[in-house]
Write a protein that binds this ligand. Structure first.
Ligand code: TXA
Ligand code: MG
Length: 306
């Protein structure tokens, strides 16, 4: 069921769960004031209880009461990248952010999304938790229709069109004296080097559960995704500017020189494979390593592992 901005606000302010658009992916939103609605999100998604939620806000001022100590560089990262595809994990004000939101950690994740509808809603509701609006383990939703496919046509969705980024936010975690990278995302990690004076290192798997979400199955369609030699007549997930053997059906991610476009189409294509009941598909992984391509590669690799 499609709802307007004011209907979304009304529902969220009375303890309902509503799907909202952001520039990365659609999110399932609930107000921090409604623990039951927050719990309902875990149930709806089939999300493990030890996977914490990102708190979304409309301004830095809105998040101050929910954090404890903010590092100096927090402000410069926020000023440079927000609203945008960056999530910052810092020490939480434990009395204001429930254990369910933090999944028992002592930290909290914040993001200001770059979508006019989401910002309008957040100004009127205050902080909202918002995990991606998909069933746990499956490709995220980048369109209102994707949300309806996962949660049914009666589920309230604020339609904001197709997400412009199409991949989730990059997560940086503050650890003692430096930022570390918890998840690759819509902003390439290389871009933080100029501002921070160093490249944030990835959180190693030994130091989990610093970023618990990374441990789980993710982004996977039912279709089995293959790399290596191209089997006969198997559909291809690839690029519009490449010459593949003509006997293969082609699912087009975009041009091989346009990572923005490919990022935007990625989950739509993974979802289309399932809609078309494709059993196996071959993925063209011949693209650059750096920048947004690195995020796309990581998502495709996880989609294959599923
Ligand atoms: O782009 C996005 O970030 C989207 C849109 C809706 O904003 N949201 C999103 O939420 O991707 P979700 O729940 O699908 O992924 C959130 C990730 C998980 O991997 C979770 O483990 C991590 O953020 N996370 C949340 N709070 C954390 C914390 N306190 N410490 C470490 N990781 C945290
Ligand atoms: Mg998710």
């Amino acid at each position: 069921m499609r709802v307007s901005v004011s209907e979304a606000v009304e529902r969220l302010n009375s303890g309902d769960v509503v799907a909202l658009p952001t520039e990365t992916v659609y999110g399932l939103a609930a107000s921090l004031d409604y623990p039951k609605a927050i719990q309902k999100i875990f149930t709806l998604k089939g999300r493990p209880q030890d996977n914490p939620l990102i708190v979304h806000v409309a301004s830095v001022e809105q998040l101050i009461p929910y954090s404890s100590i903010l590092p100096e560089s927090f402000r410069s990262l926020a000023d440079t990248y927000w609203p945008g595809a960056l999530t910052l994990v810092v020490a939480a004000n434990l009395s204001k952010v429930s254990e369910v939101v933090r999944a028992g950690l002592v930290t909290v994740a914040f993001r200001i999304p770059d979508h006019p509808h989401a910002l309008e809603v957040l100004k009127l509701t205050g902080p909202l938790v918002m995990p991606s609006a998909n069933l746990s383990g499956t490709p995220s939703a980048t369109d209102a229709e994707h949300v309806e496919n996962d949660f049914g046509n009666e589920f309230p969705v604020l339609n904001g069109g197709a997400c412009s980024k199409g991949v989730e936010s990059t997560i940086l975690l503050w650890r003692d004296t430096k930022w570390m990278m918890g998840r690759k995302g819509g902003i390439p990690v290389e871009s933080f080097e100029a501002l921070l004076g160093y490249l944030p290192n990835p959180v190693s798997s030994e130091s989990q559960p610093l970023c618990p979400g990374q441990l789980y199955k993710h982004y996977s369609p039912k279709t089995k995704l293959l790399i290596g030699p191209l089997p006969q007549s198997t559909p291809i997930v690839g690029f519009s500017d490449r010459n593949y053997p003509p006997s293969h059906y082609l699912y087009i991610l975009g041009r091989s020189d346009d990572s923005q476009e490919v990022g935007k189409n990625l989950y739509k294509i993974l979802r289309r494979l399932d809609q078309d009941k494709i059993v196996t598909a071959w993925v063209d992984m011949d693209f650059p390593q750096a920048g947004l391509w690195s995020t796309i590669r990581e998502r495709l690799t996880k989609a294959m592992a599923g």
